[in-house]
Design a protein around this ligand. Structure first.
Ligand code: HEM
Length: 316
């Protein structure tokens, strides 16, 4: 028996007395799984934005210590002003994300979707890990390399959310169709890796640029102009590889893969336009925030292309 059929095996049907409470819980868990996976994806992109708002409003040290907000209190007091409220609000969001991840794990477990439960578990572990990394950013006065790492971990969690959604929506993927030709899988992998190089280089630009999160926070000392060009060059390579992936995907005849690559290409063009505009207009906060959300969406689309190329589904 394949693992996917094992995953989807139904529980014994209800006894003569009708469905028990646990039967109803299990049915609700199975129905709620995809919405919960979508909630994970949306929430993890949303926290990328709120984390960006903390940085762009100069509220990175709004709560000057961690895990308490101040040495005396877990919550901010009035003298910390709006910065304290913004930074603390972002800390509180961690609990919402942890709750969504926990519910997803429990639902996948009750629904016997073992692989999905494993991925939900890893996403769930990522949330407290991010709380700790967030704490280290505060305790290091927003060291730009740690701030960058904090963002990249969130972007990796976003990619895992896509993997989870794919496991749930296409449980038979990878078992009912022969795998794609190596050229399809390798091109998708090249797009994925080059996408992550572009994401990483973006964080290097940010760490060298003006939006540190606090006026006294350190910068990398690298030249932001130069690294903007390096970042943009990596994006041009990424766009070229994605164009190649489109040709390869069309030849494969897999409509779902073609759709994923087309969406990625559209997102990259939009994100590139925002990146260029913010570069030539002195990095206005609103555009930087949009570029951050775009980075979250890019991470999701990169993962989508990779799963579509490596886990082939039944024809659309
Ligand atoms: C199309 C794909 C692109 C992706 C996936 C991407 C991704 C990113 C990421 C992840 C960051 C770091 C955000 C942060 O840490 O707050 C960033 C920053 C930045 N990106 Fe891009 N980017 C793209 C295109 C571009 C292009 C074409 C330019 C043109 C120069 C550009 C200019 C910048 C600049 C100037 C920053 C630094 C903003 C700041 O100082 O806060 N980006 N990008």
């Amino acid at each position: 028996m394949t693992s996917s059929t094992t995953e989807r095996r139904d529980r014994p049907s209800a006894g003569p007395g009708g469905p028990t409470f646990l039967d109803r819980v299990d049915a609700a868990a199975a129905r709620g799984l995809v919405p919960l996976a979508i909630a994970n994806l949306v929430a993890n992109i949303a926290i990328v934005l709120t984390g960006g708002v903390v940085r762009l409003t100069g509220s990175g040290l709004g709560c000057p210590t961690w895990p308490r907000c101040t040495d005396e209190s877990y919550v901010p007091h009035g003298s910390l002003g709006i910065h304290g409220a913004i930074e603390f609000g972002n800390r509180l969001l961690t609990f919402a994300l942890a709750l969504i991840a926990l519910l997803t794990f429990l639902a996948a477990w009750r629904a016997r979707r073992r692989r999905a439960a494993k991925v939900a578990f890893v996403i769930g572990l990522g949330i407290p890990a991010q709380a700790l990394i967030g704490g280290v950013t505060v305790l290091t006065d927003l060291n730009p390399w740690i701030v960058a790492f904090h963002l990249l971990v969130s972007l990796a969690i976003v990619a895992l959310c896509v993997r989870l959604l794919d496991l749930l929506r296409h449980p038979d993927a990878g078992t009912v169709q022969p795998p794609h030709a190596p050229v399809v899988r390798r091109t998708a992998l090249a797009v994925f890796v080059s996408g992550w190089v572009a994401l990483y280089l973006g964080t290097v630009v940010t760490g060298s640029g003006p939006h540190a999160g606090d006026v006294n926070s350190p910068r990398t000392g690298l030249d932001p102009q130069l690294f903007s060009h390096v970042h943009a060059a990596s994006v041009y390579v990424l766009v070229a590889l994605t164009g190649l992936a489109l040709v390869v995907a069309r030849r494969s005849g897999d409509a779902r893969l073609v759709r994923a690559v087309v969406v990625l290409l559209g997102v990259l063009v939009a994100q590139g336009a925002v990146g260029l505009t913010q570069y030539f207009t002195g990095l206005p906060e609103v555009l930087v925030a949009i570029h951050l959300v775009g980075a979250g969406v890019c991470s999701a689309c990169l993962a989508w292309v990779l799963v579509r190329a490596t886990r082939r589904t039944t024809p659309a």
